[in-house]
Ligand binder design. Structure first.
Ligand SMILES: [Zn+2]
Length: 392
């Protein structure tokens, strides 16, 4: 059978009459794959996941179904051979290749360990849902997890009451290289701001570096989310001082604030100035003046339309180049710079977690990048005891 005649499973965006959208999986005849569709609808509507989550899960499920079909397995049986799926994932091209000789082991991996693990995590969710809804047999679960009993664990990690509990560990996972996100230095941020050619771009860089916004939060901001006033009580908001709100909602540009809860982030004078200049710049462009979104296309694309997520990355790449930085600064590195500056200035972990929109301070841990200078100061803050002199 040639690759062209194989069923080409693919993810597909479905927009419901209500305007809400989710992603599903179609087979080669463009028919819905029922088991996958039930799972993805459950994810979107039963678990209130973001459209972008269903997009990545649909993509992963489509890959799994494609591998099952290409290797002649029913998708329930495929769960027995996830190790082979992992090998295939590392080497199979993104679209079925007309030249299969380049697909096999020995060719350069096309997916790294992180990507493979993300696909596996999604496939596990799909298979678990299939078992729970009766579309797949129960033994499938045993193929996904090694189960154990907490009595095998050290006493200190057993349940408080000593009641034995089962635990599960995933069977299939690749080792991921440990390369934590680095922060953008203050010098890099200043260079990026200098390289900006518009007030809008300066505001974008500062919203990441001075307020720690995620890329999705940035392009999802509405004008009404900015309470850049001394007293927001007339607006119905009790929070004192200038601040902005990060609100979780569905956006037409598919931006999505990742946190399930909303948060307010204080805005400093640099942000206020940058915003004032942007308001003037935007008002001068007739087709962009209206609209609820804060960040809109001013120079290319459909003028006045909300900026796309990808446009933020493109901006950071071109600013890094224009500023002649030695590396390309990614949006998240601005957020890391913000977090590190907060802690370097004496911030507490609970403050940081709130500012970053983390439910637990544990999630803020990867944002800590103490410099050598800070580590030295931490040691030097400890008072020295009086030690006996030599011979005393
Ligand atoms: Zn407010």
């Amino acid at each position: 059978m040639s690759p062209q005649s194989l069923p080409a499973f693919r993810s597909f965006r479905v927009r419901l009459p209500s305007g809400v959208a989710y992603w599903t999986v179609l087979d080669g005849e463009l028919r819905l794959v029922d088991a996958a569709d039930a799972f993805l609808r459950h994810l979107r509507f039963g678990r209130d996941s973001a459209e972008s989550t269903t997009e990545s899960y649909a993509g992963a499920t489509a890959l799994y179904l494609r591998w099952c079909a290409e290797s002649g397995r029913a998708w329930t049986i495929g769960a027995r051979h996830l190790g082979m799926f992992m090998v295939w994932l590392r080497h199979a091209p993104r679209c079925p290749s007309p030249t299969p000789e380049f697909n096999g082991p020995g060719s350069k991996p096309v997916r790294g360990p992180r990507r493979v693990n993300a696909v596996l995590a999604a496939v596990r969710e799909f298979l678990k849902y299939a078992v729970s809804s009766g579309a797949a047999p129960a033994w499938v679960i045993d193929q996904l997890y090694e189960t154990g009993d907490s009595r095998d664990l050290p006493a200190e990690v057993q349940g408080e009451l000593g009641i034995p509990r089962g635990y599960a560990k995933v069977r299939h996972r690749l080792h991921e290289p440990d390369d934590p996100v680095d922060r953008a230095s203050d010098e890099e941020i200043v260079a990026l701001v200098r390289a900006c050619r518009s007030a809008r771009d300066r505001l974008i860089v500062l919203l990441m570096a001075r307020a720690g916004l995620r890329r999705g939060e940035l392009v999802g901001l509405r004008r009404a989310d900015l309470h850049f006033v001394l007293d927001a009580r007339p607006l119905g908001c009790p929070i004192p001082g200038s601040h902005l709100h990060i609100v979780r909602r569905d956006n037409t540009n598919r931006a999505w604030a990742k946190s399930r809860s909303s948060r307010a982030v204080p805005a400093d004078s640099l942000l206020l100035q940058a915003h004032d200049q942007y308001v003037i710049e935007r008002a001068g462009i007739a087709t962009a003046a209206d609209g609820d979104f804060l960040l809109v296309n001013l120079f290319r694309g459909r003028i006045g339309a909300p900026m796309r997520l990808g446009a933020i990355n493109e901006l950071m790449t071109s600013l890094s180049r224009r500023a002649r930085l030695e590396r390309r600064i990614r949006p998240h590195q601005g957020r890391h710079g913000f977090a590190d500056n907060i802690m370097a200035a004496g911030g507490q972990l609970d403050e940081l977690a709130n500012l970053l929109g983390h439910a637990s301070p544990l999630s803020s841990q990867p944002y800590l990048h103490p410099s050598h200078q800070r580590l030295r100061e931490a040691v030097e803050r400890v008072p020295s005891p009086r030690l006996p002199r030599q011979g005393e």
